[in-house]
Design a protein around this ligand. Sequence first.
Ligand code: SDX
Length: 443
Amino acid sequence: MAQSTSAEKAPAGKNTVTLIDNGTGRSWDLPILEGTEGPRVIDVRRLYADTGFFTYDPSYGATASCDSNITFIDGEAGVLRHAGYSIEDLAEHSDYMEVCYLLLHGELPNQAQRREFEKAITYHTMLHEQMMNFYRGFRRDSHPMAIMVGMVGAMSAFYHDSTDISDPYQRMVASHRLIAKMPTIAAMAYKYSIGQPFIYPRNDLSFAANFLHMTFAVPCEDFNIRPALARAMDRIFILHADHEQNASTSTVRIAGSSGANPFACIAAGIASLWGPAHGGANEAVLQMLQEIGSKERIPEFIERAKNKDDPFRLMGFGHRVYKHYDPRAAVLRKSCYEVLDDLGKRDEPLLGLAMELERIALEDDYFVEKKLFPNVDFYSGIILQAMGFPTTMFTVLFALARTVGWVAQWKEMVEDPHHKISRPRQLYTGYAKREFVPMDQRG
Ligand code: SDX
């Protein structure tokens, strides 16, 4: 656990840095805080009070917004661990229900804990029957992410009994409801878009199998779930479960810092994840591959990605934190081949195009110098398309899986006795004070 982060003044020493204002010669000693692992931090909570300075870090690339014990990432080493367990081990040996328990409680569950948790989630998968009416208010061709933002926000209107964030029991019930109902909401958004009837959740199926059943089954016949696909779906959920203080998680934390209810906070997280620079990238990868169309056109797009005057970026490549490779991409790459082999789609043209794009990009000096490697979104889109999901559902699945991470991070923030409402400051660059100009004197 990080050492106490109280904001007392720091006596000069090895656990401080000294800030010197060369303009005035004044200097201040700032505390250094050290966590279990990862970069040490300079505690600037008293900086403005003591020095009159703000810090400046517009995209928060060098700013620790909180201390957390949920997820650790080492971008240089390609490391992702949840409560100390590597993502490779969890993807290989665990399942999404266990990872949900781990993210929420900080330990892998024993048999009894796992049974109790899975039962709690299973028995919250049904949606309030009246909420289904909301779907009919959307156009059939609405983007399912728009529906998901609306439906999750609307949960605040239906589950009042779990919106009191000061009540630990209600926080737990709201957490379970969000994790459990996201697959139901997601599957219904898909069914509504294709004009098929909603399929209710089934308590005899695993989390991933239940989602596949609600998405692809029809009332007219039995639906057999291919075990390899259920396993791949579960693994995809694990790989997307949590990822430290990314854009959507930071959105959830800031929304939650005002005391907003968890359903509204997660709806804000979904909205942030939708962006193509973030979770929307998996959908953008497929659109990019379809636009490239053939291996012969790959060099043209590689050149466009390098051209600063061209807004085109190679979707599924690069990362704010990972500067060698995204460990999730390595696991997903393996899963991609397993799914396509199981479906007899190994010769899927899109996979061939993606592999050739990956090969060329990884040899190109621009991408090597800028450390742009395939990220989690590069392969997930290919697997999801092979499994039968339309590209518009890709980010919905990312949001479904990331809900547990958002909830765990929200819960950690709310339960921190020192937490306050987030209120960043700014470097003001607008007009200085000026007199009002009456209409008849304006140009
Ligand atoms: C996710 O934060 C998280 O943890 C997110 C996530 C999670 O699990 O929550 O991991 C999920 O969002 C993964 C990222 C998915 N997004 C994409 O695949 C979209 C394509 N990637 C880029 O948009 C981009 O790489 C970002 C947004 C991911 C990162 O952008 P940055 O912060 O600008 O990356 P950078 O600072 O490391 O870029 C270094 C340079 C820049 O050029 P210069 O200004 O130095 O000249 O590389 C360039 C960038 O312009 N660059 C790219 C590029 N990504 C960065 N050039 C071409 N193609 C790209 N994909």
